[in-house]
Ligand binder design. Structure first.
Ligand SMILES: [Zn+2]
Ligand SMILES: [Zn+2]
Length: 121
């Protein structure tokens, strides 16, 4: 075999490897793009679902408004820390009552009840 054949083979092998690498990268980016698109679609769907859901009547203390009495006092049981370690991390908890008084200012707009629009005709 003539010496230049070896050069040709080496070039061919190099080019072949490069082509495979390229194809692999292309496939991977295409896959990643697809995943990104799927992820974006999922986020969009979640946002739409959240927008359609009625706002949960939850108090600022994270407890449901149903847990509050007419005076606004929250009756939910909570864990109250009774002992702390030197880094102020609670060590022990005791069952206590949430001392929330409920927000008594103007009602946020999301709590205004709106009837579903019905077509009477
Ligand atoms: Zn509350
Ligand atoms: Zn509460």
């Amino acid at each position: 075999m003539a010496w230049y054949w070896w050069i040709l083979i080496v070039f061919w092998m190099g080019g072949f490897g490069w082509a495979i690498d390229n194809a692999r990268t292309a496939l991977r980016t295409r896959h990643e793009r697809k995943m990104e698109r799927l992820e974006a679609a999922k986020q969009e769907r979640l946002a739409v679902e959240a927008a359609h859901k009625a706002p949960e009547p939850v108090c600022g203390c994270t407890h449901h408004l149903a847990k509050h009495d007419k005076a606004g006092k929250c009756h939910e049981r909570v864990e109250v820390p009774v002992a702390w370690d030197e880094s102020k991390k609670p060590l022990r908890f005791e069952s206590g009552q949430c001392n929330c008084q409920q927000y008594v200012g103007p009602q946020p707009l999301s709590q205004v009840y709106a009837d579903e629009l019905t077509d009477l005709a």
